[in-house]
Design a protein around this ligand. Structure first.
Ligand SMILES: Cc1cc2nc3c(=O)[nH]c(=O)nc-3n(C[C@H](O)[C@H](O)[C@H](O)COP(=O)(O)O)c2cc1C
Length: 164
């Protein structure tokens, strides 16, 4: 993969995240996990290009997102939907998702992404915010949280954009 300026990426992240889905990955060769996500976004904050990543606290991936400085977002352009479906329905606590799907992890010093991805964003955590139901203005939002498992939203600087 080669690194490009995120502003040259040209991706429609609403489609890339919401329709095509992405893998959110944290950790290293010594221990990592990945899960499918279709919520989140990209934008600008605090003078940085940023990604907004939402992870519910019961996800195994959450433990790795908490422990590690970097999180990657791997995009597959609508391919590998079956594999992403598996990564979004099985937990890394029970299965080895890479073995199960054939998706191949690429280990860098302090982050991991997937070889088959067409676009990868390498992100450095800057802050987190826990979704607080006290702030819900549209009461229908509460339906997403029957178990009161409010997402943690990581706000992370996009440090690198890698493309195939
Ligand atoms: C299409 C799709 C989108 C998902 N989006 C999210 C998300 O944005 N945040 C989240 O916490 N879980 C999301 N999930 C659920 C996790 O991917 C799922 O619970 C996964 O099994 C967690 O794996 P883990 O326990 O190994 O982390 C999504 C699942 C699917 C299938």
């Amino acid at each position: 993969m080669r690194e490009i300026d995120i502003k040259e990426c040209g991706g429609n992240f609403i489609k890339m995240i919401g329709e095509d889905w992405m893998l959110v990955t944290a950790g290293t060769e010594n221990g990592y996990n990945t899960m499918t996500a279709s919520w989140g976004g990209t934008g600008e904050i605090w003078g940085k290009d940023a990604a907004f990543i939402l992870i519910r606290p019961q996800r195994y991936t959450y433990e790795f997102a908490e422990k590690n400085r970097r999180i990657t977002l791997s995009f597959f352009g609508g391919e590998y939907k079956k594999e992403l479906g598996i990564c979004g329905s099985k937990s890394g606590r029970e299965v080895d998702k890479a073995c199960l799907t054939g998706l191949r992890p690429v280990f860098e010093e302090d982050y991991t992404y997937f070889e088959q991805a067409s676009v990868v964003l390498v992100c450095r955590k800057m802050a987190y915010l826990d979704i607080d139901p006290a702030g819900f203005l549209d009461e229908s939002i509460a339906e997403w949280y029957a178990a009161e498992d409010y997402h943690r939203m990581y706000i992370a600087e996009i440090e690198k954009c890698l493309v195939k």
